[in-house]
Design a binder for this molecule. Structure first.
Ligand code: MAN
Length: 350
């Protein structure tokens, strides 16, 4: 269904200069998407880490506003290095220890949506206590003249959701933490529905329940309430383990179309779609039972964390969607999908 760009992957870590001293970029992926003044904007998640010394796994944490280098010994039996993204304590499987890289947000710009130039500096760098281990996976929603950016904030206190606002992609204003740990994958709807703002979010449960998508509403975009379970993971499916919203829902004549990532029990991340009622987004009209696309190309199957297509946004142009996704937690890719094709698939499979 997706027609991938011929020049995929459109952004790769090797094309970008590291920002920090003595460091390397290992990922430029999962970018928030916007269209501003005739320009496609990708707000990249850049994952950087110190160049390793010897056998150790080196990373950073922000301590009292300063980057502090941390070094973990691979031979240390009390630590678990199995997941390349994290370093965990063996005895306390739920206890979070560290990430193997620090992520921040940096802009790439393009006129045609396919050839991008990455800014020299960062756009948002983690600086608060809630983001001492980095910020990740932005989503962007335009409401009137403002662009609202939601993103994952990681710290030793958990994974929370931050909100920033920009008018021009030159400077931004931080509006605070809008959801406490543990939560991620927040997308805000592009307009009010019956006088309320809406968001999709994904609480990351540890005791009871799955990693499902919820709906919440707000009067002011900062305080959110009236939370409702919306859609969940499904057994024996491409979305069995976890799901999370991609870009902001797209308004169509049939309803709000939301694309989401779904991970199967073998950790393959594909893309699904759900259709919500235009006047009451808590009503699910339909949902795909097969992915609208899945990792098939080499850059989608091989990388820092392989077999991942992680959709984060789209730009709508004449009934076509320019969709963007991170591939294998390493690069950015994109392609074109016809909105009509997704709607037909939802209808067929619901
Ligand atoms: C997961 C992965 C990582 C990410 C952490 C914290 O382990 O998605 O890439 O850094 O969560 O959000």
């Amino acid at each position: 269904m997706i027609k991938r760009f011929e020049n995929n992957p459109i952004i790769q870590p090797s094309e970008i200069e590291p920002l920090l001293e003595n460091s390397e970029i290992i990922g430029a992926f999962n970018a928030g998407v916007a269209y501003h003044e005739d320009e496609f904007i990708l707000l990249l998640r850049i994952a950087e880490r110190p160049v390793a010394t010897g056998e150790n796994v080196d990373t950073w944490e922000i301590v009292e506003g300063e980057l502090e280098r941390k070094s973990f010994n691979r031979e240390d039996a009390s630590l678990n290095f199995e997941d390349p993204r994290t370093i965990r304590a063996v005895d306390d499987l739920d206890g979070f220890v560290a990430l193997t890289s620090m992520s921040y947000l940096r802009i790439a710009r393009s006129k045609n949506g396919k050839n991008f130039t990455v800014d020299d500096d960062y756009f948002i760098f983690p600086d608060g206590e809630e983001s001492s281990l980095g910020i990740e996976d932005a989503r962007i929603t335009k409401i009137d003249e403002a662009y609202y950016i939601t993103y994952t904030q990681v710290s030793r206190y958990g994974v929370s959701v931050g909100l920033s606002k920009t008018f021009d992609f030159q400077s931004h204003e931080y509006l605070g933490t809008i959801l406490a740990p543990e939560n991620k994958d927040v997308v805000i709807f592009p307009e009010k529905i019956k006088g309320k703002y809406y968001m999709l979010h994904r609480p990351s449960l540890k005791s009871i329940g799955g990693l499902n998508i919820w709906l919440a509403e707000s009067d002011n975009l900062r305080q959110w309430g009236n939370h409702k379970y919306l859609i969940g993971t499904r057994n024996n499916s491409y979305d069995q383990e976890r799901i999370g919203a991609g870009g902001p829902p797209i308004k169509t004549s049939k309803g709000w179309l939301a694309l989401y990532h779904g991970a199967a029990n073998n950790h393959v991340y594909s893309t699904g779609a759900v259709l919500l009622d235009l006047d009451d987004p808590s009503k699910v009209i339909g949902r795909t039972t097969t992915p609208i696309f899945k990792p098939e190309m080499e850059y989608e199957q091989k990388g820092f964390f392989g077999d991942v297509v992680f959709i984060t946004g789209a730009v709508e142009k004449d009934e076509e969607l320019y969709v963007y996704y991170g591939a294998s937690d390493t690069v950015m890719a994109g392609g074109i999908i016809q909105t009509q094709d997704i709607l037909e698939q939802i209808e067929r499979e619901s």
